[in-house]
Design a protein around this ligand. Structure first.
Ligand SMILES: [Zn+2]
Ligand SMILES: [Zn+2]
Length: 380
């Protein structure tokens, strides 16, 4: 029996080694590739990400990596090996621990809920069409996603653990001047919580998601109206930063470069973020930010969106966890003295579905604090 298992492991290791030479990757890689080729949509946002021209550190045509000469069809892989990856890297969640709100073992997969035509409840109104040719995670490894029922299981999803990685201290400042809210951050978590990047040190996770990114500090500045107003009609949401969390890390919308559900599919760290090259970001609101509540149980502000409206945590009035059914087409609502605001939910689209107000124009330029040439490892 032992020799049988040994043989199985040997065969399995070989298959993994072969598979590691394929060129799929996460949205991090996709954004690098987007700079290299005209077919990919360019991320656009109110916050301009620094030009990295001439410093592409990762691409899928690395001549140093041997290309497999024979194709291998995997027909009989022991599923318990993958289950153990899920168990090894699982996390707990207060939101998912109770019976209120969506069932976290059967969260709706957002892949089919992106629209570029008109905003709709529960959808992401995206400015970018889906792009099936963009690199993505290895679909056959997404053991926590049920593609028949189009659901995913939060409890079975693996998350990159914490470890020795320390990119430095997070910085965040916010002040208001002449009805403008100015936020300055270095895009590292203010609470210091970040996973053990790069994920390439975790072979079993890299087999699922090839993201080679390593977060680094980046100076970012945001200027939002203190009194935002609703636009005549909502507008679509682009790739790139859609706002900034009060933890100092930028928010991206719900999807990866392919236009598919990033929270369901991509490997994030146990603190809810992951890097796109050096740029750390969240595709949903990590629930630990949601720790201060108003008198009526309603969550507090956990971030600001590019149209100036705030995004609050998971709880509405009475401390009841919000669902898409409670919110409008842009994933917000307006009640009592709070005015219009978005809410976090644990179901797609997680943050916003569209911009209720006018998003600020791409106007400010970020500065990369450290040069990164040669810092990112090549993994395939
Ligand atoms: Zn991402
Ligand atoms: Zn509310």
């Amino acid at each position: 029996m032992r020799s049988y298992i040994g043989l199985l492991c040997l065969v399995f290791s070989f298959l993994l080694a072969c598979a590691s030479a394929d060129s799929s990757s996460s949205d991090a890689v996709a954004q690098v590739l987007a700079r290299a080729g005209p077919a990919e949509p360019q991320p656009s946002s109110s916050v301009v990400e620094s030009s990295q021209s001439g410093t592409i550190a990762y691409q899928d045509s690395n001549p140093q990596v041997p290309v497999p000469t024979a194709s291998i069809v995997v027909t009989d892989v022991n599923p318990t090996l993958f289950t153990s990856v899920s168990q090894k890297y699982s996390i707990t969640s207060m939101i998912c621990a109770d019976a209120i709100g969506p069932d976290c073992s059967k969260l709706r997969l957002g892949d089919e809920f992106l629209t570029t035509i008109t905003p709709a409840k529960g959808y992401l109104y995206s400015c970018n069409e889906k792009n099936p040719s963009a690199p993505g995670v290895i679909v056959s490894k997404l053991t926590w996603v049920n593609f028949l029922s189009n659901t995913w299981d939060f409890f079975k999803k693996p998350w990159l653990p914490s470890g020795a990685f320390d990119p430095g201290k997070g910085e965040y400042s916010e002040n208001t001047l002449n009805s403008t809210r100015n936020i300055v951050t270095n895009n590292l978590p203010l609470d210091g919580n970040i996973g053990d990047w790069p994920m390439t040190n975790y072979h079993d996770l890299t087999m699922i998601d090839r993201n080679p990114g390593v977060p680094e500090p980046r100076n970012m500045a945001f200027a939002y109206s203190v009194t935002p107003t609703e636009a005549v009609s909502p507008s679509c949401v682009s790739l790139g930063a859609i706002g900034v969390s009060t933890n100092g890390v930028i928010l991206y919308n719900a999807v990866d470069a392919r236009g598919e559900d990033a929270v369901a599919r991509e490997i994030l760290d146990e603190f809810g973020g992951h890097p796109s090259q050096i740029t750390y970001h969240y595709h949903f609101i990590p629930e630990r930010f949601d720790d201060v509540f108003l008198e009526d149980g309603h969550s507090s502000i956990v971030g600001y969106i590019n149209d100036g409206f705030p995004i609050y945590g998971y709880q509405g009035v009475g401390g009841i966890e919000m669902t898409n059914a409670d919110l409008d087409i842009c994933h917000g609502h307006d009640h009592e003295s709070l005015g219009y605001h978005y809410h976090a939910t644990i179901e797609y689209p997680y943050t916003i579905g569209c911009y209720k107000g006018e998003p600020v124009a791409r106007s400010q330029r970020n500065t990369v604090l450290r040069e990164r040439q040669g810092r990112l490892p090549r993994t395939n």
